[in-house]
Design a protein around this ligand. Structure first.
Ligand SMILES: O=P(O)(O)OC[C@H]1O[C@H](O)[C@H](O)[C@@H](O)[C@@H]1O
Length: 553
């Protein structure tokens, strides 16, 4: 089924134009003032779904803004796009494929049929295959070449075949399975990383998962070959490779050619994008580290968010609202980036997954119809764990010249309570959103300095530096605790938010042609670095840098 976006240029839409005018009218808008006037603002601009509570009241919005943004979603065809995604239409138009990560977390009877093929049984068969491997490992039935049980699993993969599984495994560490199998991630083509991981491993008790949708990714193949050689050097033999290497890929022949028996190749499909694939067999290291039940709970949480996304009215639909707020700041307030600031050690690396999910999906300058966009698309995503950022880059959030909307995420309960740490952590999170919104006026700064007994000259000298403009927007996502279901829902929330924005911008969120050029050029440059005689580079800068390498290599 081919897919056609309902609109091409969002700036032509009536709601877009109305939002532009509305933005102008909001020039002197003060969040603090509207909070003071409206006792219902928090209730009005907060919603919960799937165990997540979203407070978006600290945003530069009014009731009218929300209505106009929802009208934009309607006019841009977000409801039709959601339907198209769930129906398995080829919403990845440049590659003419559906984007069906949602099918990976659907109960079998709900999964769509694509080109006459029911996806449910395929997904369930892959889950069953994962479960068999997980059980064999956890029950110590999977033995290495010397008869030892597996103690360490190394996931060799990069991009979507790395970030999602790594971030989830880390975030759900408190749910680690009692088998205690350690999961490591080897992604970069950097011998230091290879060395750092392999030096603590024993070949006889290590299992490598070569995780690559295409099985053509340079970094992954080089690392897989190096791992294989390391295994042989440590005493393993070719005949035992199958006990120590499995693969997850849609390119079965390439995995088999590498030496992995076909029955140890878990499937991937072209209807799942790499950055949306942690829900598939690419998530095997998650299941090994946490157990299959927790992996299924993660899928369950994501499915709950899928249902919410599909069914909730736009004005109470978390991914839609967050997507619309992102468009509001990006296109109408010139915010170039947003910060993701989780107040939870378990989510310390989450932003890395979010960066790939958002920036690889929506970092596009061409619309689905092949025309160049005349407006800004994908934002820069950055961030890190709170409260560490408060002692570093939050200065710029509070007093810098750029407007940077923030997503705060904080659970109420810690998995590892220590005295009253969690209340302090939660308080720090709230203090940041409050400070961003309320700021500190000149009068408040002066009063504060006078109260300290400073003379008037000192008060006037220091006061301008102490002023904090405030009126800076944020969302706060809170939850009882970060468990597999809620993490699944949180990731799915951001996946759908990114999709909503892609639909509004008229771009395809599911391809990534931009990453290809560097890969192609990399091969030429590698040949230049290793050529026997001085090669001719394409331009003088690269020539000089190639020469430098050749001088010292
Ligand atoms: O899973 P693979 O085929 O090895 O791909 C790994 C990654 O590399 C590509 O270059 C893409 O940018 C990513 O979207 C993808 O996840």
């Amino acid at each position: 089924m081919s897919y056609c976006l309902p609109v091409s240029d969002p700036t032509d839409l009536i709601s877009w134009k109305a939002l532009k005018a509305h933005r102008g009218a909001l020039q002197g808008f003060s969040m603090s003032e509207v909070f003071a006037k409206d006792p219902n603002r928090f209730e009005q601009f907060s919603h919960s779904a799937c165990g997540l509570f979203l407070d978006y009241s600290k945003n530069l919005i009014t009731e009218e803004t929300q209505s106009l943004l929802v009208a934009l979603a309607q006019e841009a065809g977000v409801p039709q796009a959601i339907k198209a995604m769930f129906a398995g239409q080829a919403i990845n138009t440049s590659e003419q494929r559906p984007a069906l990560h949602i099918a990976l977390r659907q109960p079998p009877h709900e999964a769509p049929v694509v080109q006459g093929e029911a996806l449910g049984p395929k997904v369930q068969a892959a889950l069953a295959q994962m479960e068999r491997i997980v059980q064999q490992l956890q029950q110590r039935d999977w033995r290495g070449y010397k008869g030892d049980p597996i103690t360490d699993v190394v996931n060799i993969g990069i991009g979507g075949s790395f970030l999602g599984p790594q971030v989830v495994t880390e975030a759900l560490q408190p749910y680690a399975h009692t088998s205690g199998i350690r999961c490591h991630y080897l992604a970069n083509i950097d011998s230091s990383e290879f060395h750092q991981i392999t030096r603590c491993l024993k070949a006889e008790s290590t299992l490598f998962i070569v995780s690559s949708k295409t099985f053509t990714t340079l970094e992954t193949l080089k690392n897989a070959q190096a791992a294989r050689q390391w295994f042989l050097d440590q005493g393993g033999s070719e005949a035992c490779i199958h006990r120590h290497f499995i693969a997850v890929t849609s390119n079965i022949p390439a995995a088999v050619a590498f030496g992995i028996p076909e029955h140890q190749v878990l499937p991937m499909w072209d209807w799942v994008g790499g950055r949306y694939s942690l829900w598939s067999a690419i998530g095997l290291p998650i299941a090994i580290a946490l157990g299959m039940d927790q992996f299924k709970a993660l899928l369950h949480g994501a499915h709950a968010m899928d249902q919410h996304f599909r069914e909730a009215p736009l004005e109470a639909n978390l991914p839609v609202l967050m997507g619309l707020l992102g468009v509001w700041y990006h296109n109408f307030w010139d915010a170039q980036s947003y910060a993701f600031l989780p107040y939870d050690h378990c989510l310390r690396d989450f932003v890395k997954h979010l960066q790939q999910m958002d920036m690889e999906s929506n970092g596009k300058t061409v619309r689905q119809d092949g025309k160049a966009v005349s407006y800004s698309t994908g934002p820069i995503v950055w961030g890190g764990v709170g409260t560490n950022g408060q002692h570093a880059y939050h200065q710029l959030l509070h007093q810098g010249t750029a407007l940077i909307p923030v997503d705060f995420v904080v659970p109420v309960q810690s998995h590892n309570p220590v005295t009253d740490h969690q209340a302090w952590l939660y308080a720090n999170c709230l203090s940041q959103s409050q400070a961003l919104m309320c700021g500190k006026s000149r009068a408040e700064a002066e009063a504060e300095l006078r109260a300290k007994g400073l003379d008037e000259a000192e008060v006037q000298r220091l006061a301008p530096h102490k002023v904090i403009p405030g009126n800076r927007p944020s969302n706060t996502l809170v939850m009882e605790r970060l468990d597999p279901e809620r993490l699944g829902a949180l990731i799915a929330l951001y996946e759908h938010k990114v999709f909503v924005q892609g639909v509004i911008w008229g771009i395809n969120s599911f391809d990534q042609w931009g990453v290809e050029l560097g890969k192609e050029l990399g091969k030429d440059i590698y040949n230049q670095l290793t050529a026997s005689t001085r090669p001719q580079a394409r331009e003088a800068s690269t020539q000089g840098l190639v020469d430098y390498f050749r001088q010292y290599a």
